[in-house]
Design a protein around this ligand. Structure first.
Ligand code: ATP
Ligand code: MG
Length: 561
């Protein structure tokens, strides 16, 4: 446990300290990536509880992914010790689920309602045709609710019951929302009901990292905040503690053409004159790009021959870089396959998660059903039970009589087991919690931050995270910004640029951008040009890296030694 008391604020800079120690009332913290927004949020909660006598059980911290929630929880544990357990840390969906569980009868649901899995939704959807009311009825007949209803049903309950509103406003008197730029209409309405206009709502975010407008998120809620919550205090943080100066300079130049923050300031706190420039690699092909990533990771981590087998940490690697320090980010999931292959060929361990929903992953629904059938009383710890269920299903699906296109293959089942095991480990013995996460979580939620492996992520899934070494691959026109068959609008391009900005700003010490000359896209192999977003960055911030051919002799020489 870290030092409690005034020491808490000593770990913040002057502006962060103002935000963390501000009195109650609505507060909006608008600040760029790496400026310590999340750090300020956790320190504010800790300060309120440890110094100002606020009860931890009166605090509710909301974020968007389970993984981010766990990160918040871990940081609070570090700052507050056992008291942190009384803070409610939730995603919007898990918050909705908590409210519904507490008021199932009022919502017309049985106590043991469940969230519909994919097969159940599909079946109901097919049966109901276009009839949205009929769809809900079919679900209800089986005591099921749809994922979206985890927000809409609590909203309906609160809207018609002022006493319930009072109860929750009394329970959570201090509310914090991280990644506020991604709030959508129903989530915002829920916040408005949970918090009175003069309440202690602290919203934290960065309009320039808003990347979910395609799913209904709206940065307009930054403006609405000042209208709906009285005398909101506005705090800006401007010092970036995450990235080296060249990385930050590149990112700031990249966002400039579409920045939504007037007079954006983002200054590097890290001023190491030796900091390397942004590595830029022009690959001839997708395979060449993937080889570049594998080779560079291998070089950075110290080469296979030096690798200590049990930890992945490298002896003789002065910087102490390990595989878990490295992330490879890309725009579309399809880009992962060649990278995974190249890393695997080089003997480099990989963990790959997308921002897709966990329950959409092949094999997950079947595993969830199997666990539910075995019931809460079944023997063994959750990870063991997950593995056992996987074994059973893999055997069952391996028999040809069950063959159908919707049946997962044994390989699907095993890859689901691999994804779910860290999640199961974190849920301990709580089967209900585990099943709820399967229903509401994204694949990225199941990331194991301790795993000694290179992390592969879509740009969307990388939000809020940081890694010492980042590769942003596929920086090509058509991929970043992504163009589909239909033409893109200016708004789409701006959102793509923000996504690029999110990607660049995940890097702490080393950033590599790469593009391939040819890529298979939209049905054929095409010539591609570098992303126009790269053009917004000064050439002087890049170090052009050599091609495979140029490097080969040097590599061979090294291997000989
Ligand atoms: P994002 O917009 O990407 O979510 P953020 O604003 O939430 O970024 P944090 O993740 O809170 O930023 O902080 C970025 C990094 O900088 C973290 O490693 C954090 O510990 C470090 N940091 C933040 N503030 C300070 C500080 N005052 N002193 C030292 N390190 C700091
Ligand atoms: Mg953050």
């Amino acid at each position: 446990m870290e030092e409690v008391g005034t020491g808490l604020l000593d770990r913040l800079d002057a502006m962060q300290r103002v935000a963390a120690s501000a009195p109650g009332g609505p507060m909006l913290i608008v600040a760029g990536p790496g400026t310590g927004k999340t750090r300020t949020l956790t320190h504010r909660i800790a300060y309120l509880c440890a110094e100002l006598g606020v009860f931890a059980e009166h605090c509710l911290a909301i974020t968007f992914t389970r993984r981010a929630a766990e990160e918040l929880r871990a940081r609070l544990d570090g700052l507050l010790g056992p008291v942190a357990a009384d803070v409610t840390v939730a995603t919007f969906h898990s918050l909705g689920l908590t409210i519904l569980r507490g008021n199932a009868a009022a919502a017309g649901l049985p106590k043991d309602f469940r969230i519909a899995d994919d097969t159940e939704r599909e079946t109901a959807r097919k049966e109901a045709g276009d009839d949205a009311a009929a769809y809900v009825k079919l679900l209800r007949g089986q005591d099921l609710v749809d994922l979206d209803e985890l927000i809409t049903l609590p909203l309906q309950l609160l809207r018609k019951d002022p006493d319930l509103v009072d109860r929750y406003q009394g329970r959570w008197r201090w509310i914090f929302v991280d990644e506020y730029q991604d709030v959508d209409e129903t989530q915002y309405e829920l916040l408005r009901l949970l918090c009175p206009p003069d309440g202690n709502l602290c919203a934290i975010g960065d309009p320039d990292q808003s990347i979910y407008s395609f799913r209904g998120a709206d940065v307009g809620y930054f403006m609405r905040f000042a209208e709906d919550f009285t005398d909101a205090r506005l705090v800006r943080l401007t010092r970036n503690y995450r990235s080296s100066a060249p990385i930050l300079a590149a990112a700031v130049q990249a966002i400039a053409p579409s920045s939504l923050v007037r007079g954006r300031r983002l200054e590097p706190a890290r001023l190491d004159p030796e900091a390397p420039l942004v590595g830029r690699y022009a690959a001839t092909s997708v395979t060449d790009e993937a080889d570049f990533v594998a080779r560079t990771v291998d070089d950075l981590v110290g080469g296979l021959s030096h690798r200590s087998l049990d930890s992945g940490r490298i002896s003789g690697n002065a910087a102490g870089i390990s595989f878990s320090d490295v992330a490879v980010l890309y725009r579309t999931d399809q880009q992962a396959a060649p990278i995974v292959e190249a890393l695997a060929r080089a003997g480099i361990p990989v963990q790959k998660r997308s921002h897709n929903r966990l329950r959409d992953r092949a094999g997950v629904a079947a595993i969830a059903r199997e666990l539910r059938l075995s019931g809460p009383a079944a023997e063994g710890q959750l990870p063991v039970r997950v593995r056992r269920a996987g074994q059973l299903l893999a055997e069952r699906f391996a028999t040809p009589t069950l063959d159908s296109s919707s049946t997962p293959s044994p390989a699907d089942v095993w890859s689901a087991v691999e994804v779910l095991t860290p999640l199961a480990r974190r849920c301990g013995d709580d089967l209900e919690q585990f099943l709820a996460q399967l229903a509401t979580g994204a694949e990225v939620d199941a990331l194991d931050s301790r795993a000694e492996a290179v992390t592969l992520l879509t740009l969307h899934a990388a939000k809020g995270l940081e890694f010492p070494i980042v590769f942003l691959v596929g920086c090509e026109d058509g991929l970043l910004p992504l163009r589909h068959f239909g033409s893109s609008t200016e708004d789409d391009t701006a959102e793509e640029r923000r996504l690029f900005f999110v990607g660049l700003t995940r890097a702490q010490d080393r950033l590599y951008v790469s593009h391939a000359q040819r890529r298979f896209r939209l049905g054929s192999e095409r010539d591609t040009g570098p992303s126009p977003f790269l053009g917004a960055i000064d050439a002087g911030l890049f170090e052009r890296l050599g091609t495979t051919e140029e490097r080969r002799p040097k590599d061979r020489q090294l291997r000989l030694i």
